[in-house]
Design a protein around this ligand. Structure first.
Ligand SMILES: Nc1nc2c(c(=O)[nH]1)N[C@H]1C(S)=C(S)[C@@H](COP(=O)(O)O)O[C@H]1N2
Ligand SMILES: [Mo]
Length: 215
């Protein structure tokens, strides 16, 4: 088998694996109940962070993706925008109990990023880093969800600085603290490693329908 064929197969296997895990993760999700337990709806969009909102221009922004991957990359704005662009409409569920429906996101699907960097077989978890020094951890299977995006636009407008612009992560099926704002680095790891809030007692996974708020 030549190199090209084998890497294509690796990509497909990885996609099948992540899709399988994705479905398994959602068997507990009651599709009839849109609002997870203990949540209430808001119409506004609250801002939550560590109090430091880094000023990162599109020109200065870089995303380093490395660790247990076959092809580590550093994306600048142009190379990020040249990747396939995906739109999804999803809900936000914050662990502080607010939820916000129908957010229109535009960005790069995490699956397209995975196709680019090709995680090694040993990679099972990720640490996400923000320009403010924030970190949070997620299982690879959750990161690979079909509706998980690295977003640059919300309701068809550029994501504002307070909400994590120029680029943040959005993983809709987990509590919002997993969705790193001002994203700067993604590290693929063999073992799960707690991030900022996880060290401070938050759950390692954070599924709102299972109320995985605290560890
Ligand atoms: N870089 C970074 N990302 C972060 C945070 C942060 O402090 N820094 N806070 C998290 C938390 S606790 C929440 S609830 C959401 C809030 O996103 P929002 O301000 O756009 O509502 O961002 C998450 N991502
Ligand atoms: Mo949060």
């Amino acid at each position: 088998m030549d190199d090209d064929t084998s890497s294509k197969l690796t990509r497909s296997k990885q996609r099948w694996a992540s899709e399988h895990k994705f479905l398994t993760g959602h068997t507990a999700r009651p599709d009839v109940e849109r609002l997870p337990p203990g949540q209430h709806l808001v119409k506004n969009w609250p801002v939550l962070d560590l109090g430091r909102q880094p000023d990162v221009s599109q020109e200065r922004w870089r995303l380093k993706v490395g660790g247990m991957v076959q092809r580590p990359v550093t994306l600048d704005w142009a190379s990020f925008m040249a990747l396939p662009q995906t739109k999804v409409r999803t809900d936000i569920h914050c662990v502080t109990t607010w939820s916000r429906y129908d957010n229109d996101w535009t960005g790069v699907a995490t699956r397209d990023l995975l196709d680019l960097v090709e995680p090694r077989d040993e990679a099972g978890f990720l640490t996400l880093h923000g320009y403010d020094g924030y970190t949070t951890n997620v299982p690879l299977a959750d990161f690979a969800a079909a509706d998980a995006l690295l977003v640059h636009s919300w309701q068809d407008k550029p994501l504002t600085r307070d909400h994590g612009g120029p680029v943040r992560l959005v993983i809709p099926h987990l509590y919002f603290w997993k969705s790193a704002k001002w994203i700067s680095r993604i590290d693929f790891l063999g073992a799960d490693k707690p991030g900022f809030w996880e060290v401070n007692g938050y759950h390692m996974r954070g599924d709102p329908w299972a109320e995985e708020r605290y560890s």
